[in-house]
Design a protein around this ligand. Sequence first.
Ligand SMILES: *Cc1c(COP(=O)(O)O)cnc(C)c1O
Length: 231
Amino acid sequence: MNTIANNLKTVKEKINNACRVSGRKESSVTLIAVSKTKPIEYLKAAYDCGIRDFGENKVQEILDKIDKMPPDTRFHMIGHLQKNKVKYIVGKVFLIHSVDSYELAEVISKESVKRNVTTDILIEVNVSGEATKYGCSVNEAESLVRRISLLPNIKVKGFMTIAPYVEDGSENRQYFACLKQLSIDINLQNIDNISTDIISMGMTVDYEAAVIEGATYVRVGTAIFGERNYT
Ligand SMILES: *Cc1c(COP(=O)(O)O)cnc(C)c1O
């Protein structure tokens, strides 16, 4: 567990350093500890180091973990979300990062109305255009935001992207810069009932590049908790 504390220290130092070189305030970046596949003890160790934001990509895993953590813990749904699972997490997660279709937003909206809550979401954008990735295209993003902005009890808070897998994270700066630009462009449209404040981008290999390009949330797993074992 000491390892988690040490890892967190290193990651935070690197985030702060990236803030310094890009003239950003350290407080403008929030670290989401991506705890998928990891046992609850690991999350508690990170919590004890001050982490309150955790990222998970499976609905069932969020449900299993959420009651075992202190009430001020914020769970972020960062994985692809199936429409038939929406009902399990509305009202429980802090933010859904992975909304990439109007149909999914509609289901979230309906479920939120039913439960009398407002659900905050990000629009997932496939900036790199890789065929294997979820997310709307850069060109579709504005019209998707406009349509979702008219739905009740769901609020667009910004954008999320997953960059390609690379060895050298700085290669992904172009994609991060593109998402930041998209956020600026859509903000200029003054669409009612939405905000563009959040930009969720950057993982273990490229979070420093993402911070330099304007990330407000970075989603870091391996660098904090170690490699994942899926077997
Ligand atoms: C797993 C995951 C991460 C964290 O990846 P690491 O490389 O372990 O830091 C970040 N974002 C999403 C969407 C993920 O699924």
